[in-house]
Design a protein around this ligand. Structure first.
Ligand SMILES: NC(=O)c1ccc[n+]([C@@H]2O[C@H](COP(=O)([O-])OP(=O)(O)OC[C@H]3O[C@@H](n4cnc5c(N)ncnc54)[C@H](OP(=O)(O)O)[C@@H]3O)[C@@H](O)[C@H]2O)c1
Length: 369
């Protein structure tokens, strides 16, 4: 029996168990906190379909990352059922095509290949969108990964951080020029962003290894929480970048312990999510808040807000710190420019300063008159 539950033995079979500081007691404490919060969930919360009831989205286009399963697939189904054209970005197009084939939305859903663990794939994807001249009314940055063993991507970045955040930031900057004047960008994030503890010194001078964790500091929960905090920081940054443009940027927490494929990488998470299923939101309910943020008329003209259960919530203090946001996103941009160079320095994706906008407007007026 002792041999069966020996950690060393389990680690051999499931390398996702962090080598150092597993701190089982600490992890159990974390789980206890999450379970406590989860049981407060409103199990009668609306579904994405109910959020979109009587909504006509004909002529609109929504880009969704991670649309081959879970919340992304459900959001794609509901948006397409309301007449919206959906660009379903999927790491595995075969899986994406299979998943969307039976949704019965005709050709409103277009599956496109995007592997966020490869910045080259992200750039190819953005270039294809730009070539096709798609205008984007909504962007749901939903793709995510959790519970995987430590690994670096081909770009030399820790995998969870790149897939959940850095790759999606690169994607957004790459397709920025395609955003409609009143476009909405929604980061599908998580309440777990609250569990990031950066020291004041780290906050003043963030480093790459605080974001892309080295192996000896890695646990998948820690990497996941950091990636989700960064989504909030990006929301702050983008709100400044797009001030006065009419674009809105939101963060949405879908729910906790929603039984999707997110937990598939380690049997312990799989078991935990299965055990919590009766108390957690269903996938259609979990897709509701991101879809609400992307489409609700009540949010027209608004921006930089965090939603949970389709209602406003306050994000953590760190997530609200706009100076930290600029430092961290500057660091991310330099990580990207080190790795992909000219893509991030493309003039089309530079910040639209007031001077640049005024100049463009003047030029436009001169051309018309
Ligand atoms: N489930 C929850 O309880 C929960 C709670 C809070 C927040 N969230 C967030 O909700 C979002 C959706 O998660 P989910 O629960 O629906 O999980 P899911 O079913 O695993 O969906 C995640 C999606 O992301 C895609 N993805 C993973 N790695 C990728 C990569 N390298 N490149 C491109 N796409 C990739 C997956 O594609 P493949 O199928 O090819 O892997 C899948 O389509 C995530 O951001 C997650 O963090 C979920």
């Amino acid at each position: 029996m002792h041999r069966l539950i020996s950690l060393r033995r389990m680690r051999k079979i499931y390398p996702a168990i962090p080598k150092r500081s597993l701190g089982m007691k600490q992890h159990l404490n974390e789980y206890y906190k999450i379970i406590y919060e989860t049981t407060n969930l409103n199990m009668f919360s609306p579904t994405a379909e109910q959020v979109l009831e009587n909504k006509q989205l004909d002529g609109k286009t929504c880009l969704i990352t991670g649309a081959s399963s879970g919340l992304g697939l459900e959001a794609a189904r509901c948006l397409a059922a309301s007449g919206c054209r959906v660009l379903a970005a999927s790491r595995n197009t075969y899986k994406g095509l299979n998943a969307t084939r039976d949704l019965g939305s005709g050709d409103l859903i277009q599956v496109m290949e995007l592997n966020l663990a490869s910045l080259k794939s992200v750039n190819n994807f953005s270039e294809e969108l730009i070539r096709n001249g798609n205008q984007l009314d909504m962007v749901l940055l939903n793709a995510g990964v959790f519970g995987v063993p430590w690994a670096r991507t081909e770009d030399g970045v820790e995998t969870i951080f790149q897939v959940n955040f850095l790759g999606q930031l690169q994607l957004l900057l790459g397709v920025e020029r395609l955003l409609a004047p009143a476009a909405r960008v929604v980061f599908v994030t998580s309440e777990s962003h609250r569990r990031v503890n950066w020291s004041p010194r780290d906050q003043i001078c963030p480093r790459e290894d605080m974001l892309s964790l080295p192996e000896h500091e890695y646990t998948s929960i820690k990497a996941y929480n950091i990636s989700k905090l960064c989504s909030f920081l990006a929301m702050q940054y983008l709100a400044h970048r797009w001030r006065g443009s009419g674009r809105g940027v939101f963060c949405a927490h879908p729910g906790t312990f929603v039984k999707t494929q997110l937990c598939r990488h380690w049997w312990v998470y799989e078991a935990l999510y299965t055990a919590m299923k009766p108390f957690a939101k269903t996938i259609p309910q979990a897709a509701a808040t991101p879809v609400y943020c992307a489409t609700s008329d009540a949010l027209a003209g608004k921006s930089t807000l965090y939603y949970k259960d389709c209602a406003r919530r306050a994000e953590s203090d760190l997530a609200q710190d706009s100076q930290l946001a600029f430092r961290v996103i500057d660091l991310c941009r330099s990580m990207l420019s080190d790795r992909v160079g000219q893509a991030i320095d493309n003039p089309a994706v530079r910040p639209e300063t007031a001077e640049v906008r005024d100049k463009q407007e003047d030029e436009g007026l001169a051309a018309v008159s």
